[in-house]
Design a protein around this ligand. Sequence first.
Ligand code: GAL
Length: 475
Amino acid sequence: MALIQDANMFPRDFAWGAGTAAYQVEGGWQADGKGPSIWDTFCHEKGRVFGDQSGDVACNSYELWERDLECIQQLGLTHYRFSLSWSRLLPDGTTRHVNQKGVQYYNKVINDLVGCNVSPMVTLYHFDLPQALQDQGGWKSPCIASLFESYAKFCFQTFGDRVKLWITINEPYVCAKLGHEDGIHAPGLKEPGVTAYLVGHNMLRAHAMAWHGYNSYFRTAQRGLVSLAINSDWIEPLNTHCEEDIAATERYLAFTLGWFAWPLFVTGDYPEIMRSAIDAESKKLGYNGSSRLPSFSKDEPTILGTADFFALNYYTSRKIKQGEGCGNILCMKSDRDAGEVLDASWPICGVSWLAVVPDGLRKLLKYIKDTFKNPAVYITENGFSQVGPLQIEDDQRSKFYKDTIMEIAKAVQADRVDIRGYFAWTLLDNFEWADGYSVRFGLYHVDFEDEKLSRTMYQSGREYSKIILKHKFSQ
Ligand code: GAL
């Protein structure tokens, strides 16, 4: 590709990062006054997680943070994305009681990063709701939005002098669907066709209230940016000449990326295709309640414009065909009526859902530019998993990173997408939710059999650090 030159492929201050999330790495689930979260509860119930594993200890980053910092420095990262455990800071979820040990821990992490010239990107919520709030209805309860707003303000107040990039909520789609429709993530609710929409709605309300709080009280002094991380695959019709497949693709997109991006970036409300599909299915099944997709109240802060950048988590691509319901019961699958197909030419890495399609990322970035008014974009997650025998010389993952970063360069140079940074998922092998420790996404291997939890850089870590070095020097 003629346009791609080796030097200056990326903007001067491009963020080269990697990410983690509190429950996946910290351990210390009861240490120093931390309250339980829904993931603690979920993992302690038998049969929920692969091998009944849990994040009780995980990578023990709560005690081994300095070792993580060494990894971050060895890689040469300019940015590090991590999440705060809400119940480590506020054990019952409210600001009535602050756990100072939790504050100390995150202050140390942030100060160490800043001291090493690594900018923190901080996620306030990465799947681990305080159990005390779940007991009051969790994300189903409308009250959760103002509780989240108070938590967010507490974090801006406490850490915002040093943190300039904030993600309020990670992947509301995953929290809503996997946690409340499919029941395979905490809190493990299986309430298809209703609860996920309510949860997604309260997450958007919570996010918007937090953003407005930042805007009104902290932005002038702190000068940071706040967004919400949206996961999306790149999707295309299975048969590009088939009207039904084309319509199914639009519907699928409305129920995934559009569900959250449309309210934030386009209209302040859900995509019309989504609402009409849900209402039509309700009618078909004789569901008499009000629309299962809630409406935003005019008396609450607006949703539109409450993202200072587009935070994208991209892992894979899909072809879409019409039709995939669950029979005569309410469920999201029937509402969206679109099935996913894997292209046989796409290699699968590790887990079955993860087809390796680096150029899907470029296409998605272009779509985001065109659809959402050319926003600044951070790719806040992207990665490659390994299962089965350990391979420190992970050639395939190394190639994956090279190919992916080349696609991003094309998106920057040829498509002129305003991409500000890339965060590999993930710094360390860690607790991969329902898959426990059986799936490894790390740039560092963690030996979970070894009581020291030793960290060893994968070949892909070396590859990524070479890429970073090359581009940092061209800045
Ligand atoms: C994302 C999630 C991460 C990580 C990743 C790999 O959905 O935000 O925590 O687990 O998937 O599966």
